[in-house]
Design a protein around this ligand. Structure first.
Ligand code: MOS
Length: 739
């Protein structure tokens, strides 16, 4: 193995030093000359109209530059479509400061801009907004009767096969239950912020907290009717996203609006409280009815999902189809519905669709296992599906059986006493539960550029983002490995709309998408290097094809080891001092296979019944996700996602006061996320899975697969510990102690 072989090795983050020393700047950390600061004022009511905004007192404050409102702002696009973005759901997107209409509590209604951030914040407290209130509807439970099927593009289609109702009635083993999940907010550590730099020549450069610099650039260009080449959006470092940065958030247009009006640079940062007015994971109610024969073979699967959306956009993901990917069942009725509420539109959050649907599916499967008197793992194996029954396609690869086997073995599942409440230690009941995870292995069109210089340095660039998973590292190590140059010689560039096109960073598809483009760009550089090397008189590589050589240790080597030439020699022979190649790749749309990642999750909980405290003491997650380029960073992805799953199971909940239609838990004291004391041993296993069909790299991508199934495994373990089935996430002390 050569010294420049990096793939599959546990490489540390190339941006680690910049992160821990603070050299990595976030969107609101760019101090440019003459920078002014904006503070946003948000709506105090959930529905109605603004009748008047009194800005006089704020404007009189020394240092205040202006107060922008719907009645006082520069020109912005009128048409809703101009505010749409790459991944906007169908509907009429929010137009910040556009008119007097209030659609949700927390909607931006004014922006105070001052020389100093503190001045802007103080002056904002002097602005008085008068409203004409209208009756709002935010109580999801009360509105569930109005849930309706909404077909939006490819999402949310109901599915029926066979006769699930009849099969249910005739089956000997049946379970029926309703599951709930609270609204959750992403809460990345970095606040949403934008620094709009006024370039003075008609161009604007924005540092924005975004998972998609191109998506953000296009949005600004559309909203302000600017040519694309006049707008540049950068997000070189992102302090967490979890989906909240996929769509442009309102700090972006507000910073640009003020910069254009004042003809100077403006920074806008939201507060933690204001971030609760952004998109969220939709709360939901899921009704499941499962039936099986006496051997545990599924006969009927019914799943109705009711989610929530805003009055102005229909947001939904695929919530109910997953069971048809995992379990063979001849009869299924799968339906998803939406309730429209006077609140902001939900947005993607940590495995949207899968994390919600699989929670209920995997808890219902656990309940079915008890009803059928079967081990929960055995029930999954009895019903294991080798094909996607919705599209009727086999999988390109599916090492889920191996996930179950390895995770169960590591966890010690065979020693489990099936009886709930059977294990106690001191005052604590101990329970073991498991669940299955599945997530799409997506790939989107992407481009990348590779530039190799004669001094041996390599630059690799793509307009993707790195919100924390380690995209810089993936890009650098992949390029280094392919061209056989030391990792230290490689610079990865991303988070800049001026770089080659890439999709938003999300959906666990960055490595498959951007990685494939890097692979193609580096292949092109390889080809050029070989061609140049063969120009030399008596080239040791004469007649060799690309497949006959390897690139390693700065050399192009014949695979049989008989001859080699250095990259530097090749460039000298070709009389060039740099080789630049750009490549674009797209997914194989003609594929006859279904592409998914899988996981098996096993959880141990300890529950002190006297005080209701639940601790997740042990978690094993075995993941099959094709080729793992960097086991260290991939494992970190799964660890983080498992922590998110523990949060979903036990902690995270955004509570609304329906009198005001307003989120009340809008800070990190009231909105609980797992802290160190909540997280114990988490064991991550990557199961070997070779998939040549999916893309030349064999990469499926990881991240979200770590959360899917985790909440269900935890909930199932709590049932096993206590004999009490709480079907309402998060499982808090009060719910566990309630009779
Ligand atoms: Mo992810 S929810 O696609 O950022």
């Amino acid at each position: 193995m050569s010294a420049t072989s990096y793939l599959g090795k546990p490489t540390s983050r190339v941006d680690g030093r910049a992160k821990v020393t603070g050299a990595a700047k976030y969107a609101a950390e760019y101090g440019v000359p003459g920078l002014a600061h904006g503070f946003v004022i948000t709506s105090a009511i959930a529905k109605g109209r603004i009748t008047r905004i009194h800005t006089g007192d704020a404007l009189a404050v020394d240092g205040v530059l202006d107060v922008f409102t719907h009645a006082h702002r520069p020109r912005m696009a009128a048409a809703h479509e101009k505010y749409g973005d790459d991944i906007a759901p169908p509907g009429a997107p929010l137009r910040p400061l556009h008119d007097d209409r209030i659609r949700f509590s927390g909607q931006p209604v004014a922006l105070v801009v001052a020389e100093e951030a503190e001045t802007a914040r103080y002056a904002a407290s002097l602005v008085r907004v008068e409203y004409e209130r209208q009756a709002h509807v935010t109580d999801f439970e009360a509105q569930r009767g109005r849930a309706a099927v909404v077909k939006t593009g490819g999402e949310g289609h109901s599915h029926r096969r066979g006769d699930a109702k009849k099969a249910f009635a005739q089956a000997p083993v049946r379970v029926e239950a309703e599951y709930r999940m609270a609204v959750e907010h992403h809460n990345p550590m970095e606040m949403f912020g934008a620094t709009a730099v006024w370039e003075g020549d008609g161009r604007i450069t924005v540092y924005d907290k975004t998972q998609g610099p191109l998506n953000a650039r296009d949005y600004v260009a559309n909203v302000f009717a600017m040519p694309l080449e006049k707008v540049r959006v950068l997000s070189p470092y992102v302090g967490g996203g979890f989906g909240s940065g996929l769509r442009p958030q309102y700090e972006l247009p507000l910073a640009v609006l003020a910069a254009r009006a004042l003809k100077r640079s403006v920074q806008v940062t939201l507060t933690r409280q204001q971030m609760f007015g952004l998109g969220y994971r939709a709360g939901n109610i899921q009704s499941l009815a499962l039936a099986a024969d006496r051997d545990g073979r599924l006969a009927s699967f019914r799943h109705e999902f009711i989610g929530m959306t805003s009055q102005f956009e229909d947001f939904q993901r695929d919530y109910v189809t997953w069971s048809s990917l995992l379990y063979t069942c001849p009869n299924a009725t799968l339906v998803q519905k939406l309730v429209k509420l006077d609140q902001n539109t939900p947005c993607d959050m940590r495995a949207p669709g899968g994390a919600e649907g699989l929670y209920a599916i995997e808890c219902a499967m656990d309940e079915l296992a008890y009803a059928a008197n079967l081990d929960p793992l055995a029930l999954r194996l009895i019903n294991y599906s080798d094909k996607d029954q919705i599209e009727d396609r086999p999988y390109s690869s599916k090492a889920l059986r191996e996930c179950y086997r390895q995770a169960a073995e590591r966890f010690g599942w065979s020693k489990r006493n099936p009886q709930p409440r059977s294990t106690k230690e001191g005052s604590e009941l101990i329970g073991w539960g498991m669940a299955t995870g599945i997530w799409e292995a997506m790939q989107l069109p992407a481009s990348a550029r590779a530039v190799l210089s004669a001094d041996g340095n390599l630059e690799i660039a793509s307009a993707t983002a790195d919100m924390g998973p380690g995209t810089y590292t993936m890009m650098a190590q992949l390029a280094a490995d392919m061209l056989g140059v030391p990792l230290d010689n490689v610079t990865a560039k991303l988070g800049d709309s001026a770089l080659p096109d890439a999709p938003v960073e999300g959906g666990s598809f960055t490595t498959s998408s951007v990685g494939s483009a890097i692979h193609a760009a580096c292949r092109a550089v390889q080809k050029e290097l070989l061609r140049l090397a063969q120009r030399a008189a008596r080239s040791p590589l004469a007649g060799a094809k690309l497949d006959d050589v390897v690139f390693a240790d700065g050399m192009i080597r014949r695979k049989d080891g008989s001859a080699e030439a250095s990259l530097a020699d090749a460039m000298r022979a070709g009389k060039v001092d740099r080789i630049e190649k750009e490549a674009s790749t797209k997914p194989n749309e003609k594929s006859k296979y279904a592409h998914y990642t899988h996981s098996a999750v096993f959880a141990e909980v300890r529950v002190d019944e006297q005080i209701g405290v639940i601790r997740v003491t042990r978690m094993v997650s075995a993941v099959a996700a094709g080729r793992i380029l960097n086991p260290k960073l991939a494992a970190s992805q799964i660890l983080g996602a498992v922590v998110g799953g523990i949060g979903m199971a036990l902690h995270e909940e955004t509570a609304t006061d329906h009198r005001f239609g307003r989120y009340m838990t809008h800070n990190l004291a009231d909105y609980h996320v797992p802290a160190h004391a909540d997280v114990h041993a988490i064991d991550v296993i990557f199961v070997e899975e070779k998939d040549d069909e999916i893309n030349p790299l064999g990469v499926k991508g990881v991240g979200e697969i770590g959360i899917v199934g985790t909440a269900a495994a935890t909930a199932n373990a709590i049932y096993h510990a206590t004999g009490k089935r709480v079907r309402d996430l998060p499982i808090t002390i009060d719910k566990l102690m309630r009779d």
